[in-house]
Design a protein around this ligand. Structure first.
Ligand SMILES: [Zn+2]
Length: 590
């Protein structure tokens, strides 16, 4: 989710907002695209991950990462603080900085539920001292007149909502799983650990401390209170050129000094050995707009028709705070002035809270936390193309319903509670009911079957993922070239599907079966590109090489499906072979 973000299935929509981000960026620096979290990034593909400071393990773990246990194990589930309007608070973080100890104690008193969830009876004004600001998801239902609601409702047939997509949310022990189905097919899956303030931090804002500046890397390691230092690159700095030596062309060491306290936002979750990536340009995503505090950015998605852009601009002339920047997302099409105003208001309120908290905090500390995955997903993706959001947890369902009533009331009846608990109306668990489990099981296999008997073998290496395409044993009736061509077309389609479902990022090399006919090779590459266009995550495909390999990249968002369900094998250290040490070191017989 991360850039939960955090996100799925209405590719056009997300790409729209990406476009808008770039559009507005051109007015300023062009780096806007990569700097904006949650709205993803656009623009040219970044260079392959070379020459970046790897790691950031330079700092002793502060606070300890094992915090999640302390939250979940706390007893006292039948305590007071369980009001209707409570907001879930993600528990026990790894080194959230000051005030955490007292915070834990308070929670103990207010009571918690199992599964590592923590709840607090606080409304939006009731934020405890030094507790991070959270996105406002419960500011009350939105009243729209019937005529407007009517245009926004999704299609129905005999009272049943229609739509290509269905989102299934299953809350389990310490982890929430989100499955997106297109028809009956699982196309995306997210595993989110609501208690995770260490690895799922995309979009969070920190008061952080510069650890060391690396002029040779044009980067700095920054302490944000997580076990691993985060990285801030020169291109993601924000400073007043008049105030630093070197002006606009200042080098990073002229702008940042060790021990300096700075405000940063995470634009990329830490993955494996790489620390989180930061920007100094904060942006807070709402449903219809993205607020860029203390910035002159002002852009309206170019995907919107001119007339609509004018109308929105008219409203914004009244509503936009002079000191902050705004990017209007494609989702703003046809919304009312009140909706726009409310969205801006929520974000301005969040920013005001963040600033106030920053003033009384000391670095490193978490100032703003993105809402949990489901809310991010709804914010970015939920449209009438979804026939429903089905949630198997009453508490989460209640909160999601309140959120959708506040941002998209016409679709609120598409949020459903799936009651498979004791005495519930459903006999099967949600993921079984929709065959998610069996599809997930296949999605972590090495081998994927193609319709005509061929297969893909998907292998991960340190540097890249390799997909090997094989033909079936049953060679068809037509020519070999024709059989191979058909097999490769299937492989191209399936590869795109698997990359999205498995959330495979980075460099990917596909070894299609050799084809003699150039036209066929081109057709396979074109099929792959078309299939990838449905993936909202940015990809780039290069031409087929002399050896018949297709190189491509896919933006890395999460850790990957396989990784989220597995651990490296201890016995072979992930290598997959057991060495015969005795034979290897055998002494010659005499
Ligand atoms: Zn092994």
């Amino acid at each position: 989710m991360g850039d939960t973000s955090p996100e799925a299935s209405t590719p056009a929509d997300t790409q729209d907002t990406q476009t808008s981000a770039t559009d507005s960026g051109s007015a300023r620096s062009g780096r806007r695209a990569d700097a904006a979290p949650a709205i993803g990034s656009s623009g040219p593909i970044p260079p392959p991950p070379v020459a970046k400071p790897s790691g950031g393990d330079t700092r002793p773990a502060a606070g300890g990462a094992g915090g999640d246990a302390s939250g979940g194990k706390d007893p006292g589930s039948d305590s007071p603080g369980s009001g209707r309007r409570r907001r879930r608070r993600r528990g026990g973080r790894g080194g959230g900085g000051q005030g955490e100890q007292g915070e834990q104690g308070k929670q103990g008193k207010q009571g918690q539920q199992g599964r590592g969830k923590q709840s607090q009876g606080r409304g939006k004004q009731g934020r405890q001292r030094n507790e991070p600001v959270e996105a406002i998801t419960d500011d009350g239902p939105l009243e729209l007149d019937e005529a407007i609601l009517k245009t926004r409702r999704g299609r129905e047939r005999r009272g049943k909502p229609l739509g290509r997509y269905l989102m299934c949310v299953s809350v389990g022990e310490g982890a929430t799983q989100i499955a997106v189905l297109e028809g009956r097919n699982l196309i995306e899956h997210y595993l989110s650990r609501p208690a995770d303030d260490v690895s799922e931090i995309h979009g969070n804002v920190y008061l952080s401390k510069v650890q060391n500046v690396l002029p040779g890397m044009e980067a700095a390691f920054v302490d944000i209170g997580t076990p691993k230092n985060a990285v801030l690159y020169r291109g993601d700095l924000q400073f007043d050129p008049d105030e630093v030596e070197g002006g606009g062309k200042a080098r990073i060491e002229q702008v940042l000094k060790a021990r300096q306290t700075i405000l940063c936002q995470v634009t990329k979750n830490p993955i494996a050995h790489k620390g989180a990536r930061l920007t100094q340009e904060v942006s807070l995503p709402g449903r219809f707009v993205v607020l860029v505090p203390n910035n002159s950015t002002y852009g309206i998605s170019k995907r919107l028709p001119d007339k609509e852009r004018k109308r929105l601009q008219g409203i914004l002339d009244r509503v936009k705070p002079a000191e902050h920047g705004l990017i209007v997302r494609t989702a703003a099409e046809d919304i009312t002035a009140e909706e726009l105003e409310r969205d801006v208001g929520r974000l301005v309120q969040q920013w005001t809270d963040i600033e106030a908290l920053a003033k009384k905090s000391s670095a490193p500390s978490l100032l703003y936390r993105e809402p949990e995955a489901v809310f991010r997903f709804i914010r970015e993706e939920f449209t009438k193309d979804y026939r429903g959001i089905v949630i198997d947890d009453r508490d989460l369902y209640d909160k999601v319903l309140v959120y959708v009533q506040g941002v998209n009331p016409a679709l609120a009846d598409r949020v459903q509670f799936y009651d498979s608990g004791p005495g519930g109306s459903e006999s099967l668990p949600l993921f079984e009911r929709h065959h998610v489990h069996e599809q997930l099981r296949k999605a972590v296999d090495r081998k994927v079957w193609l319709p005509s008997g061929g297969s893909l073998i998907i292998e991960h290496t340190e540097a890249l993922t390799v997909i090997d395409v094989n033909t079936g044993k049953n060679v068809g009736k037509k020519s070999l070239e024709e059989t191979v061509f058909r097999n490769n077309l299937e492989a191209a389609e399936e590869t795109a599907r698997q990359l999205r479902l498995r959330d495979i990022g980075g460099i990917i090399v596909i070894d299609f079966v050799d084809m003699d006919v150039k036209k066929n090779r081109e057709a396979v590459a074109a099929t792959l590109r078309d299939a990838l266009a449905r993936d909202k995550t940015r990809t780039q495909v290069f031409d087929i090489s002399d050896l018949g390999l297709v190189e491509m990249t896919r933006k890395r968002i999460g850790e990957g499906l396989l990784e989220s369900f597995s651990e490296r094998c201890d016995d072979c250290d992930g290598r997959g072979v057991a060495l015969d040490e005795e034979l290897l070191l055998a002494k010659p017989a005499r």
